[in-house]
Structures are given as C-alpha cells and as structure tokens.
Design a protein around this ligand. Structure first.
Ligand SMILES: [Zn+2]
Length: 151
C-alpha cells in the first residue's frame, strides 16, 4: 500500500504513519466505528469485492476479531448508500403508517356494549321458552339444574 492515497471520502478510515524518516503511508484502521460490511466473495481464504474485484479491507471489533469485510470502491459505496436510503424510506413509511393510525383509531371505536346488548336481544327473541319449560320439568330427578343443561 505504499504511496496509496485515499480519497477525501475514505481518508477517515486510514491513519497516516511514517514508514521511514522520509516517507509515510496510510494504514487501514480496521476498527473505525463507521465501517460497515459490504458484499464479499470468498475465494479460498480471501475476500474479494464483487464490484471492483479488489481484496477487501477487514473490519475488526475491539478484540480484533474480524467481524466483516468492506471495500471503498464506487460499487461498495453505492451499496451502502442504497441500504441507508432504503432504511430511511422504510422508517419514514412506518412513521407515516403510525401517524394515520393515530389519526383514525379514535374514530373507529366499536360500540361493543351496544353490540353485546343487541346480541342478547336477538338471542332472547329467538329463544324457545316453551321448549325451555318442558325441559325443566323433564329433569325432575334433579333439584338443582345447571342453566347450561337447559339452554
Ligand atoms: Zn470494490
């Protein structure tokens, strides 16, 4: 990577260090907090970017475990931008759905009490009291009869 110059956009992912008293180089900062994995193709034990087919940069956690791979080419940057835009759009969409729900929920309250009363009224109208009475007297061997046995 000698004499490698990162672009202004990707410079933050590198730290600049001296490799001799005259020359310096940029060193990949694999633990940079903003690094995000992009699509990688593994060939053998190496990871390559599917867009530019370069070896990918590893991403490491604080214990220096490799937790992903990324690339800094236009394809990889576009992949991350697409994901970010997609996420933002979905979040906005969810927020809008929540907002219309909040707008309409107070107006679409079912009158459950009135529905229950109507259901009872309809059941009473269709209830066969004659049959109920006959059944009661047929159960003369029992003094206490469960109402569920009648209806
Ligand atoms: Zn790439």
């Amino acid at each position: 990577m000698q004499n490698f110059e990162p672009t202004n956009e990707t410079r933050k992912y590198f730290s600049r260090g001296w490799i001799s008293d005259k020359d310096h180089d940029y060193f990949w900062n694999s633990t940079h907090k903003e690094l995000q994995s992009t699509k990688a193709v593994q060939i053998g034990s190496s990871h390559y970017c599917p867009y530019c087919v370069s070896r990918m940069f590893p991403i490491q956690n604080n214990n220096l475990d490799v937790i992903g791979y990324t690339c800094l080419c236009d394809g990889a940057m576009a992949e991350l931008e697409w994901k970010a835009e997609d996420k933002a759009l979905r979040e906005r969409h969810e927020k809008e759905i929540y907002e219309i729900r909040e707008k309409y929920v107070p107006r679409v309250q079912s009158n459950l009490e009135a529905l229950f009363e109507l259901k009872q009224k309809r059941e009473k109208e269709s209830f066969d009291f004659h049959h109920w009475n006959r059944t009661l007297f047929q159960m003369d061997s029992k003094n206490i009869i469960d109402v569920e046995d009648l209806i």
